[in-house]
Unconditional design. Structure first.
Length: 226
């Protein structure tokens, strides 16, 4: 009998020693709890309480916060989890402590039906819990946003057609530019030729001497003087 009692005492001491090793929370979640609670009505049902708990734990997942699995008694479902969890506790796997974060949460009436509760936000210094019952929250954490999907490919046919038309117009304008340049050079050559012909005619006239009698003011005989 004494050996049995001694063994039981050692087992109890081992459990208590695990609890004593629990440490403080890495963060006070009262602000997050209050923010999430404001998204619901005056009273919470079990599904709503489960969603609220999961949202707060998920937001602080990187700090080790999660849910407390509770297989029997008053428990709440969480969409995406195969197990049911406590309707008011959030726990931390790193510190080994948990906290009742909702006052007067939803419960179960004697006839088995659900009882909604006001579920007011609260926080505490933390109480030890069985870490084997820790449940990781489900969903995507705000610090690990999902990779956005690639946008659908756009139909560039119309743009390509516009570019083709623009290239054709540019090519046509370049041909016109080259033709205008040729016309400009031709006009310049014609002008230069006309100037040269004028200068030659003026030089030739400078050597012409007209002699003889005048008729109506003009001499009838002209000779080129060399």
């Amino acid at each position: 009998m004494r050996k049995y009692l001694m063994g039981t005492a050692l087992a109890v001491f081992a459990v208590l020693s695990v609890s004593v090793s629990a440490g403080p929370f890495p963060k006070n979640l009262l602000e997050d709890i209050t923010t999430e609670r404001a998204k619901y009505g005056a009273d919470l049902g079990k599904a709503e309480a489960g969603a609220l708990l999961n949202a707060v734990a998920l937001k602080n997942k990187a700090l080790g916060f999660g849910l407390l699995r509770k297989d029997s008694g008053n428990n709440c479902p969480v969409a995406g989890l195969a197990v049911r969890v406590s309707c008011d506790w959030i726990v931390n796997i790193n510190s080994g402590t948990g906290c009742d974060m909702l006052t007067e949460g939803p419960g179960t009436l004697p006839d088995g039906s659900e009882e909604r509760g006001p579920s007011g936000p609260q926080w505490c210094d933390g109480e030890p819990f069985d870490v084997s019952r820790f449940v990781t929250p489900v969903g995507t954490s705000p610090i690990d946003p999902p990779i956005p999907p690639m946008p659908p490919a756009k139909d560039c046919t119309a743009v390509k057609m516009q570019l083709t038309v623009a290239k054709t117009q540019i090519a046509s304008l370049m041909v016109e530019r080259d033709q205008l340049a040729l016309d400009r050079d031709r006009v310049i050559d014609e002008k230069n030729a006309a100037v040269a012909a004028r200068d030659a005619a003026q030089a030739a006239l400078a050597n012409v001497k007209c002699l003889g009698p005048r008729i109506f003011g003009y001499r009838l005989s002209c000779t080129v003087v060399r």
